[in-house]
Design a protein around this ligand. Structure first.
Ligand code: PLP
Length: 433
């Protein structure tokens, strides 16, 4: 597998370099040089295949000879070891539940696959790899769980103090071992700035082998394409014209869906669903792209004002608005509509949507009114109990918390408190063994 930069199509790097660097030097994003189309027989046989078998084929088709097939299978079997069921909510709607992994969010797919792949590609290196990651919530939990106890790799997570939910904070701060949580007195942007400065700082990068784990890493995108095939297989015998509604922030999840389509999965249409941070729906409507500072919403994992994967979406459509628009429709919804949807769906269908999934649901329902012959699969990107306080306020009653989330409440938080000035972080990194 060779990759190029969206800023320089002539550049070529191998998979290992793309994964360990995360970003090309020219600040573009890595894209696969070729996206092979899977044979029709494979698509037709999907309903007979297990999730792991599907993932193996999709992975090896994309990764090619960068990782020997047998080793790749082992990576897939360790990373993709929990289900992605489509649960029907009404006659023309199902939700694809992507929250059955360790951190209860879809980011577990990317986090686990990246951890296994990095660990594999890191074999034979004698110096420990140090991964720096800034998080506003779900990314940190998935990365921490993915890399937990991975030999030869340690993870340093920076998060904004008081600005992640109590359960999310516990996911970052209670693992210990090779996972260290730094609680920054500042915002998510401050955390990200500290990580960026450390990467550019020669004294730090001479002392440590550094890598990042943020959402633009190609190792996170690849496994997110697997579950589109897995979802399709579960409904294709009963429904045609299958539409995916994707609640989006940085648009990695939707981009992975577009990859699946390029590989031959017969997806009828995609819906880009956002909260008030609507720069992509606005682009799809007008042809003008205008990034904006993000605003805070109920579905806060999607509070992104300048989505990083939009560059990849443009690249897939050769920057042609008409082409992108014929595959993707965008809709945005405010918090009031989101809260109403959570209550309505629970009352009418007995299904509990989280605030992110609810945005996807609203977008699907809007699309469906003008496309009544389609079947919608709404990506349910996190378990509702991750947003316990908001869910209980919206519903007006308590909700069930899964055992592995409830168990966190009694664990002790361990974090290193730090200011947002770089000098303090640098000193700490330089003293780190
Ligand atoms: C990260 C996240 C999203 C947004 O996904 P993108 O790939 O960034 O578009 C949506 N929902 C939840 C729960 C998330 O954690």
């Amino acid at each position: 597998m060779q990759l190029y930069s969206t800023n320089n199509p002539a550049l070529r790097v191998g998979l290992k370099e793309a994964i360990f660097k995360g970003l090309p030097d020219d600040n573009g994003l890595f894209m696969p040089e070729s996206i092979p189309v899977l044979p029709t027989e494979f698509i037709q046989s999907l309903p007979e295949l297990s999730f792991q078998e599907i993932s193996n084929t999709v992975a090896s088709t994309l990764v090619g000879d960068s990782i020997p097939a047998q080793d790749l299978q082992l990576i897939v079997s360790k990373a993709i070891n929990f289900p992605a069921p489509v649960v029907p909510i009404d006659a023309h709607t199902g939700t694809l539940e992507l929250f059955h992994g360790p951190s209860l969010a879809f980011k577990d797919f990317g986090g686990r696959f990246m951890a296994e792949t990095m660990s594999y590609l890191n074999r034979g290196e004698d110096k420990e790899l140090t991964i720096l990651v800034a998080t506003s919530g779900d990314t940190g939990g998935a990365v921490a769980a993915g890399f937990y106890k991975t030999p030869g790799i340690r993870v340093i997570i920076l998060y904004p103090s008081g600005k992640v939910s109590p359960l999310q904070e516990k996911q970052l701060t209670t693992l210990g071992e090779n996972i260290t949580a730094i609680e920054v007195d500042g915002t998510f942007d401050d955390c990200q700035a500290l990580v960026k400065k450390a990467f550019l700082d020669n004294t730090v990068s001479t002392r440590h082998r550094l890598s990042s784990a943020n959402s633009i890493n190609i190792a996170r995108l690849i496994p997110q394409s697997f579950y589109y095939f897995e979802a399709y297989k579960q409904v294709v015998k009963q429904h045609d014209k299958i539409v995916f509604a994707v609640p989006s922030g940085n648009f990695g999840n939707l981009t992975a869906g577009l990859l699946a389509k390029k590989m031959g999965l017969p997806i009828h249409h995609y819906i880009a669903a956002t909260n008030a941070n609507d720069v992509v729906p606005a682009y799809l409507n007008s042809g003008e792209y205008q990034s904006r500072p993000s605003v805070r919403t109920l579905s806060n994992a999607m509070d992104v004002g300048n989505p990083s994967n939009f560059t990849r979406m443009l690249d897939l459509y050769s920057s042609t608005w008409n082409m992108m628009k014929s595959d993707i429709t965008g809709y945005a919804f405010d918090d009031q509509s989101t809260e109403n949807a959570v209550r309505e769906v629970f009352k009418t269908d007995g299904y509990l949507l989280d605030p992110h999934g609810a945005v996807g649901y609203l977008a699907w329902k809007k699309y469906h009114t003008t496309h009544p012959d389609t079947y919608g699969i709404v990506l349910e990107t996190a378990h509702p109990a991750k947003f316990l306080e908001d869910m209980e306020r919206v519903l007006g009653h308590e909700i069930d918390v899964p055992e592995r989330l409830a168990a966190l409440a009694s664990k002790t938080k361990v974090s290193i408190k730090m200011g947002k000035e770089y000098e303090e972080f640098q000193k700490w990194l330089m003293e780190l063994g």
